[in-house]
Design a protein around this ligand. Structure first.
Ligand SMILES: Cc1ncc(COP(=O)(O)O)c(C=O)c1O
Length: 377
């Protein structure tokens, strides 16, 4: 079976992890945490990094650090992981959903404005499967309505967006470097992994301080075990940060390999009728975190049947997200009950992603594309 993903861990990871074990710095203090925070923040073009235990915790920490009054609203895509909605709900807010752009599968930015109310406090763009959200118009809206932007860049390490906002000069900006706060996951299937792990980035020192405090139970520096706010234990360990730092040394090669996979699949699959492949908009450098394909209904297949047929040929796949507005847990809470988001509904049923891991060889990629052809042609 060709796996959807496998992490690549090398000698550098072993060296750094060994250093942690030999020195005894295995918990949430130690040199690797700060170095990883600083290097990741710098790579993304942000000033402060706050390493946390996973991407879900990063989103919760980011939302918490805004310190919003209960009942506020955050606009986000319906087509995303549940972590985005949970981060808002656990912090006393209400997610407000928009549908996906049919080309990029990211939130359709043209639908945001009509969702803004006097309770809206933030927008949470999610760079889906490695392709950036169209950030210029989103930032325009956020500025105009004084909304915070919490970027979810969990799937878009190293992806870039061509911004034209600064006095007509175009600039490539890294995903995770454009929001007031941004969030990453370092789960094993991500471009950089620490096993489990995440990070919040920001340029704002006050938000950084709040996020650091939230991550560590809101201990007060001047008076230990005395708390004036609610926090969480979302600390990352030095051992995990050691892995992250080791991988950062190879980030350019990692991004290059992902982009090679994306282009190689595109070349081989682009002429199959009824199959939509990932795009790369002119303003985007995407990283093909996972190579998604969406079947047209004219193929007579949905993603479940397609996945079963590929599995029979030794190709592992994963289904696309199911939109937040279709989640029973939220319906039980009275949320999103009568909502329809046709693009998200269609791609959830017709989409899956193919093996896209860093260990994927050219011959495996050929096998996958051959299997796709046999099933669809
Ligand atoms: C877009 C997005 N945000 C957040 C997360 C949550 O990250 P984690 O699994 O590390 O909690 C994920 C997980 O893969 C994700 O894909």
């Amino acid at each position: 079976m060709i796996p959807v993903n496998e992490p690549v861990l090398g000698d550098r990871e072993i060296d750094y992890a060994t250093e942690c074990i030999r020195s005894g710095w295995i918990s949430s203090a130690g040199r690797f945490i700060e170095e990883f925070e600083q290097q990741w923040a710098a790579y993304c073009g942000m000033k402060h990094g706050i390493a946390v235990s996973n991407g879900t915790a990063a989103l919760q920490t980011a939302v918490a650090s805004l310190g919003l009054k209960p009942g506020y609203q955050v606009i986000m895509p319906t087509f995303t992981i549940i972590s985005c909605a949970l981060a808002v709900i656990y912090n006393g807010g209400i997610p407000v959903l928009v549908d996906s752009d049919p080309r990029t599968w990211c939130m359709d930015v043209s639908m945001i404005e009509e969702k803004i109310t006097d309770q809206t406090r933030a927008i949470m763009p999610v760079h889906i499967y490695g392709h950036p959200v169209d950030m210029d118009p989103l930032q325009e809206l956020a500025d105009c309505h004084r909304l915070s932007i919490i970027e979810d860049a969990a799937e878009a390490h190293g992806a870039e967006y061509l911004s034209n906002r600064d006095k007509n000069t175009s600039r490539w900006l890294r995903c995770g470097g454009m929001g007031h706060l941004s969030c990453f996951s370092f789960y094993a299937n991500k471009l950089i992994t620490t096993g489990e792990g995440g990070m919040v980035l920001t340029n704002d020192p006050a938000l950084a301080e709040k996020a650091r405090s939230t991550r560590n139970l809101c201990f007060r520096q001047e008076k230990r075990f005395y708390h004036t706010e609610l926090g969480s234990n979302f600390r990352l360990t030095n051992l995990q940060a050691a892995l992250g730092l080791a991988q950062m040394e190879r980030i350019d090669k990692i991004v290059e390999k992902k982009r090679w996979i994306g282009k190689a699949y595109t070349e081989r699959l682009q002429n199959i009728p009824g199959v939509q492949l990932p795009v790369e908009e002119p303003w985007a450098r995407q990283v093909y975190w996972m190579f998604g394909v969406v079947l047209d209904r004219s193929t007579g297949k949905d993603a479940i049947e397609f996945a079963n047929q590929l599995k029979a040929k030794g190709v592992e796949t994963r289904p696309f997200f199911l939109g937040m507005h279709e989640q029973p847990v939220f319906h039980k809470m009275g949320l999103f009950r009568d909502e329809n988001h046709p693009v998200a509904e269609r791609i959830a049923r017709q989409g899956l992603y193919l093996p896209s891991g860093l260990t994927l060889t050219e011959s495996q990629l050929e096998q996958v594309t051959e299997a796709v052809r046999e099933v669809l042609l």
